[in-house]
Write a protein that binds this ligand. Structure first.
Ligand SMILES: C[S@@+](CC[C@H](N)C(=O)[O-])C[C@H]1O[C@@H](n2cnc3c(N)ncnc32)[C@H](O)[C@@H]1O
Length: 209
């Protein structure tokens, strides 16, 4: 599926707020909550799980929010993480945790498994600013890490997904739909695919000049 670049929202917070308003998800999972700024955009009727090993919530959150102080890998391996909302799927998810692409890939695999074909997975940091802020070693305040690799990778290995990249400040956000919870394409070849992902170079990214 061909993706498009959209620029209609100034920042990812504006886009997230609009997605919550339009989609009215029954359930929402956020990986990487930090102070709760993005988590605070959820609707009052949405059941929410926010996962972060070091949550530092400073934002007022609705009572429907559960914070899990753990890594996303440990959460999804736990009995709670196997069914975050009982029999209900994850309607909307936002991946904004550890900024190494293999973590984002595992988050995507774990969330898609628990989603429905009508669900949406959002991935932060897909439009890198420059090589320094997009490297695997953090040396800058704004740091998107190598998450950008996930989008060209998914387009290659999961052409069945519909991916829209929003060029919102500061580092873009991808909206992924047409999910297939039964797909094992990524999980079956995980070790081999991670090697391929990590080997991708900044100068080889799509639209690189
Ligand atoms: C960029 S901040 C999240 C910002 C927040 N989503 C927002 O927009 O307001 C990234 C967060 O990911 C968390 N994190 C790091 N490793 C993680 C992991 N393995 N699983 C889940 N969260 C992780 C960090 O503790 C940090 O709070």
């Amino acid at each position: 599926m061909v993706a498009e670049i959209m620029t209609e929202y100034p920042t990812y917070y504006h886009l997230l707020a609009d997605l919550h308003r339009r989609k009215k998800p029954r359930t929402y999972v956020e990986i990487g909550v930090h102070e709760g700024h993005s988590l605070g955009l959820v609707g009052a009727d949405t059941r929410v799980v926010g996962i972060d090993p070091e949550p530092k919530i400073t934002t007022e959150l609705p009572r429907s929010v559960t914070i899990v102080a753990n890594t996303s890998d440990a959460y999804f391996a736990s009995p709670e993480g196997a069914a975050p909302f009982g029999d209900d799927p994850i309607d909307l998810a936002f991946i904004d945790g550890m900024h190494h692409v293999e973590f984002a890939l595992r988050d995507f695999i774990n969330i898609e498994r628990l989603s429905s074909p009508d669900s949406t997975i959002l991935v932060h940091d897909c439009v890198p600013i420059d090589e320094e802020t997009a490297s695997r070693e953090r040396s800058t305040v704004i740091w998107s890490g190598d998450i950008w690799k996930l989008i060209p990778f998914l387009r290659q290995h999961r052409p069945d997904l519909a991916i829209t990249v929003h060029e919102v400040e500061p580092t873009g956000l991808a909206e992924i739909t047409n999910l297939d919870p039964s797909s094992t394409v990524l999980a079956d070849r995980y070790d081999e695919l991670v090697d391929e992902l990590i080997a991708m170079r900044f100068e080889d990214r799509p639209h690189a000049s």
